[in-house]
Design a protein around this ligand. Structure first.
Ligand code: COA
Length: 163
């Protein structure tokens, strides 16, 4: 039977427990999930591409062969098509996410009809977090212990000189 592949794109600056929760949910529906570190021209990440890849890789060190990590340039739908992905996964946290996500999904559909967008609801514990809000808290020495994996917390502390 054909393998069902989904691409989960984002900037992941850095990856959070909310993102990991979405990956877990996607793995219940798809055989393989590719975490695609994509370029959002509106963002200026604090972590380099290599750092972001490294942090995600460490989350799956135990080796879940159903999760793959890949940086992508260019159009997301072209990448999804090339990888024979059936779907693009996006997490929805609150109604405020919807307008942007709706626009993104429709544009992606216009660009490539064969790839659908699947929205998954983030777990209740994670609906208020985003990478920016976590970075903001960490920058000022706030405790983000429960919101990101331990190694990401260390990277944030190091980045902001709190280690
Ligand atoms: N838990 C925690 N945070 C979450 C979350 C979850 N479950 N789901 C979303 N978020 C947060 C992210 O942390 C991020 O926060 P931030 O803005 O503070 O960094 C925000 O919600 C959404 O950003 P993210 O998921 O990283 O996506 P993005 O908006 O940066 O990504 C791309 C957009 C990269 C997918 C999009 O620009 C893209 O597809 N680029 C490729 C080029 C392309 O094809 N362009 C045409 C698109 S039509």
């Amino acid at each position: 039977m054909e393998e069902k592949i989904a691409v989960y794109p984002g900037t992941f600056d850095p990856i959070t427990n909310g993102h990991l929760d979405i990956v877990d949910r996607a793995l219940d529906l798809f055989d393989k999930v590719i975490i695609a570190i994509a370029i959002n021209p509106k963002k200026d990440p604090i972590f380099s591409l290599d750092e972001r890849i490294g942090m995600i890789e460490k989350c799956y060190q135990a080796g879940d062969s159903r999760v793959q990590i890949d940086p992508i340039g260019g159009l997301l739908v072209d990448y999804a098509h090339k990888r024979h992905a059936k779907a693009i996964i996006r997490g929805l946290r609150a109604v405020s996410d919807f307008d942007y996500e709706f626009q993104l999904a429709l544009m992606n559909r216009k660009l490539e009809r064969e790839v659908d967008t699947v929205f998954l609801m983030a777990g209740f514990r994670w609906i208020y977090i985003s990478s920016s809000i976590i970075k903001d808290a960490a920058r000022h020495g706030g405790n983000v212990h429960d919101l990101v994996p331990a190694h990401v917390e260390q990277m944030l502390k190091r980045k902001f000189g709190h280690s």
